[in-house]
Ligand binder design. Sequence first.
Ligand code: ATP
Ligand code: MN
Length: 481
Amino acid sequence: MKSRTKIDALLRSTETGIEVTVKGWVRTKRGNKNVNFIALNDGSTINSLQIVADPTIIAEDVLKQVTTGASIAASGKLVESQGAGQTVEIHASTIEVLGAADPEKYPLQPKKHSFEFLREIAHLRPRTNTFGAVFRIRHAMAYAVHHFFNEKGFYYWHTPVITGSDAEGAGEMFRVSALDPRNPPLTEDGEIDYKQDFFEKETNLTVSGQLEGELGAMALSDIYTFGPTFRAENSNTTRHLAEFWMIEPEMAFYDLSDTMDLAEEFLKYLIQYALDHCADDLAFLEKRLIDEEKNKPAAERSEMSLTNKLRFVLENDFVRLTYSEAIQILRNSKPNKKKKFQFPIEGWGTDLQSEHERYLVEKHFKKPVILTDYPTEIKAFYMRQNDDGKTVAAMDILFPGIGEIVGGSQREERLEKLTGLMDTMGVPQDELDWYLDTRRYGSAPHSGFGLGFERMILFVTGMTNIRDVIPFPRTPGSASF
Ligand code: ATP
Ligand code: MN
């Protein structure tokens, strides 16, 4: 095999006149009897490299197979390009077709395809400019997550994908079982006898690694998880997946305010990382958005371009306010008074819907917002109870266009308070004995949060449907590939 150079490296290099070999997939071929111009992309960058093929050098039957989608290897001299829009090009001395793509059948045309259509051709979707950009940014963000926490002395803590605790997401979980569904063993009462199942108990796919994460924090101080998370919630929205990735840091000796500081720093770090390392892909996505917006009525167009929006979030402090303050604002808001909300704000204690979250972020403050101190009843049993006796030390971060992107809290470290609330909420203590042990032996104040990775990618890329920021989306009724 000849050593092959990635196109990204060639387009950055200033060295010309050297012999190089590139390998990739043909985007387009144009030209005439005398010369052919091939745009080659290998996924290392959004930019394609131009290969100039002279029919007196490259055989006609080879050139005939160089069609959109074909995989080729091309060798030749790297020279300064005469054409506009590119610095260098290759003057091919040899071209080898590695895999032809029948032009009669190739599903992608050089026109725009709808994202819905592309979701159905999983093997070609990442070869489009938009999805190439999205998935390169997704990679960069994953890398940046690990970098951020590693620099801060956090440990990557692997929590189980198969969980034996169903404490958090009753009713929203995917069951994991090796029993024969047509003929399961039954107990005397006619119930399915999970004692005879693989794990000798009921097990599910995890909805969150937090509870297990807390055990890590109670020994290593600062940990984070970053793994797949599963929710069988039947919410067919543009912001929910049945399988998504979540980042959950958990920190010993942090209070709620420390946690908000960390979360804000983390989100800003990820955005800065994208601006610093994904400029070409962001520029493409920004232009895509501007083109798309031209079809919208002026009132619906966004006020800021994608990168300006990212910079705006970087340059401004997130607004911090309590749930109670938010309810006041929402109650007096125009849409509430004019009965424009689908769920009117009745009063203190109601859960906020995405329409309310987006009103606060997009209309009222026009900045990311951190809401704190929610009513106990609408939050989870493990959140630390405030002295007022009716709220907990929870925080949600709300982003424009997304709504909730982070959910977190200070955890209840006092055993009696914790078990008291578990009883009130009907959370079984015996199943969570292993968790309660952390409060029995050297309990400590601690806090953490969960960031939905795909929601972050949505924000950074300006994409609007969460299905379009993960290579293989799983949603109700859809688990192809
Ligand atoms: P929502 O109210 O939007 O459904 P949630 O309150 O269920 O969110 P948490 O349980 O707090 O969310 O999960 C933490 C984070 O995980 C959320 O802030 C969000 O970013 C992300 N998240 C939650 N559910 C999903 C999902 N089904 N698909 C993708 N991301 C999700
Ligand atoms: Mn949810």
